[in-house]
Design a protein around this ligand. Structure first.
Ligand code: ACO
Length: 345
């Protein structure tokens, strides 16, 4: 008999005697654009080398969306794949959440554009801005709606066109990022893949480490702001690195503790794909073996909110995880924000 989700392992919410419905991930999907930008091509654009990028980050290539391909397009493609995997049609979806820092435009929200593209005519829709942590924030929010019986079917998407906010003259950042989208459909479905728990964290004291100064109410677009390159992403790499390792380790440790699960029981750790050295440091601190870590950043770089969503889809569809396996997702991003989740697949 196949294991039923959330029965073998402790659901951390049980301690509150909360009679919520268990929440399952009933389908995942992803999409990356066709165009590949290699490190060798970047060597011709900025003062960098394949050797530097590979040894300092682990990234070999990333995907770039076409000029006329936007975050909502990639999000919709990933969503349709997740819906197909889940056997869910647009009219069944109650809520669409799009996690992104690169919406098609400031408003209306990208989730409304996606709602229209996938025919989710009944669904409420909103965007969620938690940078690279957005997909896990989305899972936690979706879980709340399902546990409380407010909604039956929630679609969570992480989607980014980071190439539109990367400064292609700044070698410190332009080598790191890529475009793509990943999606998950969540429902209460017995004998499906249980989301055991998800947590979210934030520390606004570190907001300056990674930000885009222009385009908001503080610095609206002017000829001066454009000339000063204020509408591009800026990052303090070294400091960000340090906090990334700390935040991911503590987030992961907390979800494992809540579920009363030891790291050795986790089949696959899917960390935010920002830097190979960050992933290795987090893995080591958690006591994970290298073969527990799922890595695809060599092919996609950092796709922010899409990162773990794409990786989860690839881990599932490549057979890296099977029915009943435990998966640990752990993320970190601008804000600073972080999050972690445990799934019984
Ligand atoms: N090619 C060649 N040299 C470079 C490049 C490049 N692409 N980029 C930086 N350098 C140089 C720097 O100028 C510096 O030179 P200097 O010593 O002459 O000043 C030297 O390399 C070393 O720079 P460091 O900053 O010390 O390099 P580090 O080992 O810290 O690696 C990196 C930099 C890759 C950015 C790393 O700090 C990192 O990954 N940080 C975390 C980034 C991250 O995870 N961001 C998450 C974002 S999540 C979100 O929400 C979008």
């Amino acid at each position: 008999m196949s294991p039923s989700a959330s029965t073998k392992f402790k659901n951390p919410r049980a301690k509150y005697n909360f009679e919520g419905r268990p929440c399952s991930i009933v389908g995942v999907g992803s999409y990356v654009p066709a165009k590949v930008l290699t490190n060798q091509e970047l060597e011709k654009m900025v003062d960098t080398t394949d050797e530097w990028i590979t040894t300092r980050t682990g990234i070999k290539e990333r995907r770039l969306a076409a000029k006329d391909e936007f975050t909502s397009d990639m999000a919709a493609k990933a969503a349709l794949r997740a819906m197909k995997a889940a056997g869910v049609t647009g009219d069944q979806i109650d809520l669409v959440i799009v996690a992104t820092i690169t919406p098609d435009m400031v408003f209306p929200c990208t989730a409304c554009l996606v709602q229209q593209k996938i025919g989710a005519t009944r669904a409420a829709a909103f965007d969620l801005e938690a940078a690279c942590s957005g997909f896990i924030y989305g899972l936690e929010i979706a879980q709340q709606f399902i546990m409380s019986r407010t909604y039956d079917t929630v679609l969570v998407i992480g989607a980014e066109k980071l190439s539109s906010i990367v400064d292609w003259q700044d070698r410190n950042t332009c080598v790191l990022f890529g475009d793509g989208a990943g999606a998950a459909v969540l429902q209460n479905r017995p004998n499906s893949h249980g989301l055991l728990t998800a947590i979210m964290g934030a520390d606004g004291r570190r907001a300056n480490l990674l930000h885009m100064p222009g385009g908001g109410s503080r610095c609206p677009a002017t000829a001066e702001s454009v000339a000063a390159r204020q509408h591009f992403l800026r990052m303090e790499g070294k400091e960000t690195f340090k906090y990334a390792v700390q935040a991911m380790q503590s987030g992961a440790s907390e979800v494992l503790k809540r579920c009363e699960i030891d790291i050795t029981k986790i089949k696959c750790v899917i960390p935010h794909q920002a830097n190979r050295r960050i992933i290795d440091a987090v893995g080591e601190r958690l006591g994970a073996k290298p073969d527990q870590l799922f890595i695809n950043l060599d092919r996609y770089g950092n796709t922010s909110a899409a990162s773990v969503a794409i990786a989860l889809d690839e881990a599932v569809h490549s057979g890296r995880v099977n029915r009943g396996d435990l998966i640990l997702l752990v993320v970190f991003g601008a804000g600073l924000t972080w999050g972690a989740a445990v799934i019984e697949w």
